[in-house]
Design a protein around this ligand. Structure first.
Ligand SMILES: [Zn+2]
Length: 88
């Protein structure tokens, strides 16, 4: 029985043929998942929703002084402006 990542990787090493078969099954399932999914148009709103960002945060994040790419909570400009990715 697989109860952890360690169990999974041990199983993958011990049963490579079954692991390869399982990988093929999973890849086929992903193809079906993508084929059945309603495509979402790329817009600023759809991207912000996916990232969980507000527009205010995105506008902050593209500014040259922003250092959020390393750690948003460590960006002094975001702290100064009390901007967080998901807060309105
Ligand atoms: Zn920032």
């Amino acid at each position: 029985m697989i109860n952890s990542d360690e169990d999974y990787w041990r199983w993958m090493r011990e049963y490579p043929a079954r692991a390869a078969q399982q990988a093929e099954i999973q890849a086929a399932a992903r193809v079906g998942e993508r084929a059945g999914a309603q495509q979402v148009e790329l817009t600023l709103d759809s991207l912000l929703a996916k990232l969980g960002w507000t527009r205010r945060y995105a506008e902050h994040a593209v500014q040259p002084y922003c250092s959020c790419w390393h750690d948003w909570s460590g960006c002094v400009h975001a702290d100064d402006q009390e901007i967080t990715p998901g807060a309105a």
